[in-house]
Design a protein around this ligand. Structure first.
Ligand SMILES: [Fe+2]
Ligand SMILES: [Fe+2]
Length: 176
């Protein structure tokens, strides 16, 4: 089953670089590190979708794990509480949906890790490939949403001081 390869979210490197520059122009400079990390992860996910290769899958899962432990957490801990203040409730809307997507990605990551542990035999190779392609698809869609909706809108809603505080919190967390 390779129908997770949605060609509409594939682009050549030059187009991608152009798009990245434009996205940066609508995102607060203090938040650019998030967009840069998206671009890097997006490239990894393109490789996952292009190659059925166990060593690559293993490396990609390590990269994803690191993203889950840092990037995802930073969004949840440093951005969402600030954004949440502007809404009457966070039981629906962008804060709720972003956490929900993160949780779905975390679950699929854990499934992929489990399959990787279990599946040294060829029997599981196809199941693993499907799971990795699903994970790559989910991550690419999530990144696309954050680049084109979430971060541009966060940049409009939050004050420059709030954006700076996020950058400071990320820098601090990196050195903790
Ligand atoms: Fe993100
Ligand atoms: Fe995210």
């Amino acid at each position: 089953m390779s129908n997770w390869k949605d060609e509409t979210i594939q682009a050549n490197p030059k187009e991608k670089a152009e798009e990245l520059k434009k996205v940066m122009s609508v995102v607060a400079p203090e938040l650019h590190t998030f967009i840069e990390e998206h671009a890097e992860l997006d490239q990894w996910m393109d490789r996952v979708r292009a190659e059925n290769n166990r060593a690559l899958y293993r490396e990609a899962l390590q990269i994803i794990q690191q993203e889950l432990e840092q990037h995802f957490l930073y969004e949840e801990q440093f951005i969402l509480p600030k954004l949440g203040r502007y809404f009457a409730t966070t039981e629906v809307g962008p804060v709720f949906k972003l956490i929900q997507e993160h949780d779905i990605i975390r679950k699929n990551y854990r499934d992929a890790e489990d399959l990787m542990q279990e599946s040294d035999s060829e029997r599981f190779a196809e199941v693993l490939q499907q799971k990795m392609n699903l994970l790559a698809y989910l991550l690419k869609k999530h990144i696309e949403k954050e680049d084109h909706y979430f971060f541009p809108l966060v940049s409009l809603v939050l004050t420059p001081a709030e954006c700076q505080e996020i950058a400071d919190q990320v820098a601090h967390a990196h050195h903790a």
